[in-house]
Design a protein around this ligand. Structure first.
Ligand SMILES: *[C@@H]1O[C@H](CO)[C@@H](O)[C@H](O)[C@H]1NC(C)=O
Length: 203
């Protein structure tokens, strides 16, 4: 019984540590990824944001602690949907309310071992550059991951690593490098966007 109690205690402590660590672990400029599931398929994709914490920045309101290409799910038609995918400051806690069945959040500075992250000044400059004007959303060339990697590293990438779209993004990269088959690959891809549209339809 004592052993059992100890186990439970350890579990509780671990859990507390996990919950507490969640936001306190982030530093300015960290990439946060949210692995999410599509509501009408088993596919997964990753949403990305940049942690900015309580650093004072132009246009950032109290409580807003992330910068991201936001997804507005209440828009009624595709064109408006696309236009509303602005890059703005928002609250991390709102991302915890995602309706996705899976929503695995983690610090995801995945190119730190090969690329130098920008300084705080550089990151602030890139946020200013992208705020409200990060171009038309495109799941393949200009998605939330491109924005996050640009802000942190100054270079745009989308790997969708560990998701249902990972292989497709690798194929697109290869096709792009070889400068051929691009069109076929683009037609072939089942995109993050399809997933989001589906989510939208389901309300
Ligand atoms: C991709 O994900 C795998 C685990 O699924 C991990 O080992 C690898 O480091 C990741 N690569 C990048 C670039 O994030």
């Amino acid at each position: 019984v004592a052993k059992m109690r100890n186990l439970v205690l350890v579990a509780v402590i671990l859990q507390l540590a996990l919950i507490e660590g969640k936001t306190e672990n982030y530093e300015f400029g960290d990439i946060i990824s949210f692995e999410r599931s599509c509501p009408c398929t088993d596919m997964t994709y990753k949403h990305f944001a940049i942690y900015v914490g309580d650093t004072k920045l132009d246009g950032k309101k109290a409580g807003q602690d992330i910068f991201q290409r936001s997804v507005d799910l209440l828009i009624t038609d595709l064109l408006h949907y696309i236009r509303k995918l602005y890059c703005i400051f928002e609250k991390l806690e709102d991302e915890h309310k995602s309706r996705s069945k899976i929503n695995i959040e983690r610090k995801d500075n995945y190119f730190d071992s090969v690329l130098k992250p920008g300084t705080k000044e550089e990151i602030i400059k890139r946020i200013k550059e992208k705020k409200g004007k990060c171009g038309v959303y495109n799941p393949i060339n200009n998605n939330c991951e491109h924005v996050a990697t640009y802000i942190r590293y100054g270079e745009r990438f989308s790997l969708q690593n560990g998701t249902s779209f990972e292989k497709k993004f690798q194929e697109i990269d290869k096709a792009r490098a070889a400068k051929k088959n691009m069109k076929a690959k683009l037609l072939e891809i089942k995109t993050e966007m399809e997933c989001l549209i589906c989510r939208h339809k389901k309300g």
